[in-house]
Design a binder for this molecule. Structure first.
Ligand code: NAD
Length: 418
């Protein structure tokens, strides 16, 4: 593993730049925001099941530890690059600052076509990553988590490899572990639970009285599936459409979420669910619903379709599902977008709880996790809504204002800037 200089500045979004302008950051600080503290790279050598050797480029970007250890997932994906992990490490630092947890921002990745890996090959990639990067990781230094194509089992392998290298069991080196191996209760649905808390609070803030609010959910995976269940259990909401990578379904009278998810488990997709009409991806995104939830992949609302969106509220559970240009169009159409760094922060909050439990060796019950998650998410939403009113900006810019103010304060107090 070696430290490299980032080839280019981080491509911070126009919303971040607007927040920076409003806060009046000086040149030194703006320059600081453009680069991670560290960017490390290596080539992992893996033996495939067929005996062939493969060399895989891998990275860890550490953006800022000014508010606590670097924190962020490791993804296995064919398109991962140094630029991508650097940008995502910055977004993690903004997210942890926004929800005010004592952690910074980091992100890692391995450039590999994860779909082609067998379980044993995935294990070898996970262990090789730790052997390469272990010197710059640690429960007080940098704490990875699952991301695209990595999961609780991957984290268990990583924790095991790290513990073998350092010579003692170190559960706090990664989060998102299985509950039976130092994981936290409530981590599996934390992102969706956090998203619902934010949505509920916004509906109250906007004084929306209509019941039920119609909801369309793009992405019936872990996050979208859990959110569908949570909203379905609350009579304020009615799920009328759900999609996955195969197709989309719609029923104006409301879908039976339990049946849809059972059907998906049995057949692999929601497509052709009997009691619904099949829609195209664009028809589903353009439905005139009260709430459109984006819980799939990035760039789903863009130049091509932003003008056609008819939802009143968009909840971004996926990371970066709306492009910057589409964001401006949605703004003009007065559509309220609940931005990713707020809407999906419940995941990192419970990852933080897992780290607290690992470091104290005392494990919380379901209720303690839920109560503390609710407290932190509610505080974050309240601050974002206040910032949006004070500066007359949308929720995305307001979220960055809250986050960047906290980072600036920490830089000042630690004497990095004056
Ligand atoms: P997942 O792989 O379990 O689910 C993703 C779902 O999206 C799948 O059902 C897939 O079929 C669907 N999908 C893919 N392309 C689609 C398309 N074009 N149209 C409709 N559906 C499509 O992943 P997940 O863990 O649920 O994560 C979903 C998103 O949330 C990702 O962007 C992830 O980065 C983000 N996120 C997840 C967490 C977490 O705790 N898992 C935390 C923060 C952010």
């Amino acid at each position: 593993m070696k430290e490299v200089n980032p080839a280019s500045r981080i491509a911070l979004s126009s919303a971040v730049r607007t927040a920076v302008d409003i806060l009046g950051f000086d040149k030194t600080l703006v320059e600081k925001l453009n680069f991670p503290d560290h960017l490390y790279e290596d080539r992992l050598e893996i033996k495939l099941d067929n005996g062939k050797n493969l060399k895989l480029p891998a990275w860890r970007a550490q953006y800022s530890n000014i508010r606590g250890p670097y924190k962020g997932g490791i993804r296995f994906h064919k398109d991962v690059s140094a630029e991508e992990v650097a940008l995502l490490s910055a977004l993690m630092a903004f997210k942890t600052a926004l929800v005010n947890i004592p952690m910074g921002g980091g992100k890692g990745g391995v450039k590999v076509n994860a779909k082609n890996l067998s379980d044993s090959e995935r294990e070898r990639v996970a262990r090789a990553y730790i052997r390469s990067f272990h010197e710059i990781l640690g429960s007080k230094v940098d704490i990875p988590a699952p991301d695209i194509s990595t999961d609780a089992q991957t984290m268990a392998w990583m924790m095991d490899e790290y513990s073998n290298i350092v010579g003692y069991v170190e559960p706090g080196v990664v989060s998102g572990k299985p509950q039976s191996l130092f994981g936290s209760r409530g981590r599996n649905n934390a992102t969706s639970r956090g998203g619902k808390l934010v949505l509920d609070k916004l509906v109250t803030h906007l004084n929306i009285k209509k019941i039920p609010l119609t909801v369309a959910i793009q992405g019936a995976g872990n996050v979208g599936g859990w959110l569908a269940k949570l909203l379905d259990d609350d009579n304020k909401y009615k799920i009328v459409a759900i999609s996955d990578s195969n197709g989309a379904i719609y029923n104006a009278k409301g879908l039976d979420v339990g049946d849809v998810l059972k059907y998906k488990r049995e057949t692999g997709s929601v497509e052709y669910f009997e009691y619904a009409q099949t829609l195209t991806y664009s028809e589903m995104l353009e439905l005139p619903v009260d709430v459109l939830v984006l819980a799939a992949i990035e760039n789903q609302i863009n130049d091509d379709n932003a003008d056609n969106i008819r939802a009143k509220i968009i909840l971004e559970l996926a990371n970066h599902p709306v492009t910057s240009r589409a964001d401006a169009i949605l703004d003009e159409k007065h559509i309220t977008v609940i931005p990713d760094i707020l809407a999906n922060a419940g995941g990192v909050v419970v990852s933080y709880f897992e780290w607290v439990q690992n470091n104290t060796g005392f494990y919380w019950n379901e209720n303690e996790v839920a109560t503390n998650l609710e407290r932190l998410m509610n505080e974050a939403v309240t601050q974002v809504l206040r910032s949006a009113t004070e500066h007359d900006v949308n929720l995305r810019v307001a979220s960055y204002i809250v986050a960047l103010q906290r980072l600036k304060k920490a830089w000042e107090l630690r004497g990095v800037i004056h």
